[in-house]
Design a protein around this ligand. Structure first.
Ligand code: BGC
Length: 713
């Protein structure tokens, strides 16, 4: 009999339920230990894991209670949300996704895991894998953007990074992929809202990152707050038990979101907490985050016959096996250690990631800033907003570690006279600073206008019905533009901000997102041309919120938009195209793509196709280019999206250099979820489209033919 089986045999019902109980230390910390009720609960074996508690002493104290003072000595899990860094803060995920580099995604997760593991964390509520196509939804900041293929690659890399090769290593932490599922499909971008969605959308768009996470061996999955087609995810048997456990074979731990089991009452599917607990357990949720419903109510659910002991045992078994995989039974005080070199390496990684996440949206010749600049104005409420650089989910990050935009520019332009004026606050109703800010602007050769959101305006419970510039920032921007100064708009935000008037009139616009600790250094490096920008949009950037949802992989209609024909799918008052497409992002070079070719025009199941194109750097700076490959299935039993991302490649190009970039597609790349959602490839023609972003008109294309084994096409 192994350790887990032995434990299962000796546990009382209460001890078993304790293993399913995940509590937060957030509201209970008394000094460096878990205090109050949690202490007694831990001692009594009524707690399986604690989150929001970190630091060697605090964690060791809590672990000691579990290991030394409980009857069976089962160690605790220690969880924390590590969305974009633990102590060293990296760019927010939507920005990091735009680097389109799985190695960077993995390295930042690895670095964060190491820092967290040094402080006793052994599980993180990340990666967040919610595909999001609505900038109103604040949590778009936390995830990989709008595309399922990108989301799947992001999932794999993050899980490799957090978990390493072996979970029992002290430097590995368990990844909890979240939020399963379709949380990002919240109607009108309102957090927690009920989602009504087709199975096709689920299988094509929202599930693929989770399918990838399971295949990558992720240790745990968190269910989402929302309901899907009337069934809350916390009690959704079809999606959690039948699909995730049954079809995908996921055997790791499933964790509810915060108080979500108790919220089943408010959802309107449970009459009381006993029913709520039973519904969640029956659906396959193993751990109860914060509701206390399992601990308090499963005994009664058992006696009412809503659940049986087998359901409870299966959940406990999964939690204990996770503890075993983490090596906690042998090494409950499992602290990693880091060297000064590791710390330095994290800072450098934060700088590299921040530089590469910056997305140059428009440049009308003003960037990079000229070397000889003498008078520079830095204006706006985000210019010196230290804490905001951290972004919405900054774990243990500290504002004092952040470099502001102003500080970055002062260091990067030592010979320039840099004048700063905030102008207005981020979201307040103050305008007195506008006139003095304009006076500063008038004396400068260039104005770096730093606008955007505060860190707390994106993330959870931070939805914005009108995701433009908050407060009186537009007034400030209009006044500064009216001075005639050359304006470089730098936008810090957790989402695409709709300010087309600004993009139109500024000489350049840069999306800097929330870049973390190294924000100011990274942005200064890009503005001064020390670094050639290479970030791309992981999400479509609309003109106006009225266009939302807007994403590149839409389906055609019988009447595609046609400027000359009013009876087509379009608006009277807005363009149908976005302001910037998925994948958009400029550099200080200009890359030209030519000569798209395939190694075969026809292929069969199981065969690969090699696609190549030539990329030439026609500019004067070395550049890192991301080249996207989409496919279009021209005729299929269910209409396919007009484009589907299937690969991307990177080319590092010296000025004047031409390189051939290659993409390897397997026949599976051409499959789609068929009528029963199992992957199928239909014989027939496909377009392969290659280009620098998802703007259809700029893509090169070539056609290939898929024949099934009978030779049909
Ligand atoms: C969020 C989760 C998070 C949890 C624990 C919830 O409010 O939705 O993403 O992991 O809190 O902090």
């Amino acid at each position: 009999m192994n350790k887990v089986e032995r434990l299962m045999q000796s546990m009382t019902l209460e001890e078993k339920l304790g293993q399913l109980n995940l509590v937060t230390a957030g509201r209970m910390i008394t000094g460096p230990t878990v205090g109050g009720d949690a202490t007694e609960d831990i001692r009594a074996g009524r707690v399986g894991g604690v989150f929001n508690l970190w630091g060697r002493e605090a964690v060791a104290n809590a672990q000691r209670l579990a290991v030394e003072e409980t009857r069976l000595g089962v160690p605790l899990l220690f969880g924390l949300d590590i969305l974009h860094g633990h102590r060293t803060i990296f760019p927010i995920p939507i920005a990091e996704a735009g680097i389109f580099d799985p190695l960077i995604w993995e390295r930042t997760a690895r670095a964060a895991a190491l820092e967290a593991a040094c402080e006793g964390i052994n599980m993180t509520f990340a990666p967040m894998l919610d595909i999001a196509r609505d900038p109103r939804w604040g949590r778009i900041a936390e995830g990989p953007g709008e595309d399922p293929f990108l989301g799947a690659k992001f999932a794999e890399a993050k899980i490799r990074g957090f978990q390493g090769g072996d979970l029992s290593q002290r430097t590995s932490i368990a990844a909890v992929a979240k939020h399963f599922c379709a949380y990002g499909a919240a109607p009108a971008g309102r957090d927690y809202a009920a989602v009504d969605i087709s199975d096709r959308s689920l299988h094509e768009t929202y599930l693929p990152p989770f399918v990838a996470a399971v295949a990558a061996g992720c240790a745990a999955i968190m269910t989402a707050f929302n309901s899907v087609n009337g069934a809350p995810m916390t009690s959704n048997r079809a999606l959690v038990r039948d699909f995730l456990r049954g079809k995908l074979g996921f055997d790791g731990v499933i964790i509810s979101d915060y108080t979500a089991i108790a919220e089943l009452i408010e959802h309107g599917v449970a009459g009381d907490l006993v029913e709520a607990a039973a519904l969640a357990l029956k659906a396959g949720v193993d751990m109860d985050m914060v509701s206390g419903a399992y601990l308090r109510c499963l005994p009664e659910a058992l006696s009412r016959g809503f659940v049986d002991l087998g359901d409870i045992d299966a959940a406990v078994d999964r939690v204990l096996r996770l503890k075993q995989r983490l090596g906690l039974f042998d090494d409950p005080y499992r602290f990693a250690s880091e060297t000064e070199q590791d710390k330095q390496a994290s800072r450098e990684l934060a700088l590299e990631t921040a530089r590469r996440a910056i997305t140059l949206l428009v440049n009308r010749g003003v960037l990079p800033l000229a070397n000889e600049l003498r008078h520079v104005a830095v204006i706006g409420p985000l210019a010196n907003a230290r804490a905001d650089m951290l972004g919405p989910w900054s774990a243990v990050g500290a504002a004092q570690n952040c470099v502001t935009i102003l500080e970055g520019l002062v260091a990067a332009l030592p010979r320039a006279d840099i004048r700063f004026h905030e102008g207005v606050s981020i979201a307040g109703d103050d305008a007195e600073g506008i006139a003095p800010a304009c006076a500063v602007a008038r004396e400068a050769e260039v104005v770096i206008l730093c606008l955007g959101e505060s860190a707390s305006m994106s993330g959870e419970a931070a939805c914005r019905a009108t995701p433009g510039l908050p407060g009186r920032q537009r007034e400030l921007a209009e006044a500064v533009l009216a001075t005639g100064a050359a304006v470089v708009a730098v936008i810090a935000s957790g989402r695409p901000l709709t300010a087309p008037w600004l993009v139109e009139r500024a000489r350049a616009t840069v999306a800097m997102w929330f870049l973390g600790d190294m924000a100011g250094r990274a942005i200064a490096d890009v503005l001064t041309g020390r670094i050639n920008p290479s970030g791309r949009l992981a999400v479509t950037w609309p003109h106006d919120v009225g266009q939302v949802p807007i994403f590149y992989a839409s389906r055609s209609t019988g009447r595609p938009p046609d400027a000359d024909d009013p009876f087509t799918s379009r608006y009277l008052d807005l363009p149908t195209a976005p302001l910037f497409s998925f994948g958009h992002g400029l550099s200080y070079s200009r890359v030209e793509l030519t000569n798209l070719r395939v190694d075969r025009n026809e292929f069969h199941a199981g065969e690969n196709i090699e696609v190549t194109a030539d990329a030439t750097n026609a500019g004067k700076m070395a550049t890192e280019e991301t080249i996207f490959l989409f496919i279009r299935d021209r005729v299929a039993i269910v209409a396919r999206p007009i484009m589907e991302l299937k690969a991307w490649a990177k080319a590092m190009l010296a000025p004047g250099e031409t390189k051939t970039v290659a993409f390897a597609l397997s026949s599976d790349s051409f499959s789609f979820p068929g009528e029963d959602f199992a992957p199928v490839i239909e014989p027939g023609e496909f377009d392969i489209l290659v280009g620098l972003n998802a703007e259809r008109a700029n893509l090169l294309s070539v056609r290939v033919l898929f024949r099934d084994s009978a030779g049909d096409a």
